[in-house]
Write a new protein. Structure first.
Ligand SMILES: [Zn+2]
Length: 108
């Protein structure tokens, strides 16, 4: 299945319900699904992670539908067959992009 076909399917299945729920609450559902995926990863539960990966992608597409974003176009634009930063395959960027995630961070 192509990304565009999946996006169309999600719209056919849930488009009406997504519109009624609205963008903010749909985005919140996506966050909840991301949390469930994180939990499945933490537990190393592959079977559950498989389900959650599918849910995260489906809810991401619902958010895109509500914002009028063509997912396939967006993905191809951002990732045109090579790393968008170093233009290499595989990525040759010297390090991961800066992140606010710091697992050793001490709040005090
Ligand atoms: Zn790169």
């Amino acid at each position: 299945m192509k990304i565009s076909e999946f996006q169309k399917l999600i719209d056919e299945l849930y488009g009406k319900r997504d519109k009624k729920r609205g963008l903010d609450r749909t985005a919140l559902w996506l966050m909840e699904e991301v949390g469930e995926l994180a939990e499945a990863v933490r537990k190393r539960d592959k079977e559950l992670a498989e389900e959650e990966v599918a849910d995260v992608i489906a809810w991401t597409v619902s958010v895109a539908n509500l914002m009028g974003i063509d997912v396939e176009k967006a993905v191809k634009k951002k990732y045109p067959g090579k790393c968008p930063r170093c233009n290499s395959i595989p990525c040759m960027c010297p390090k991961e992009p800066d992140s606010n995630l710091d697992f050793d961070h001490d709040p005090d």
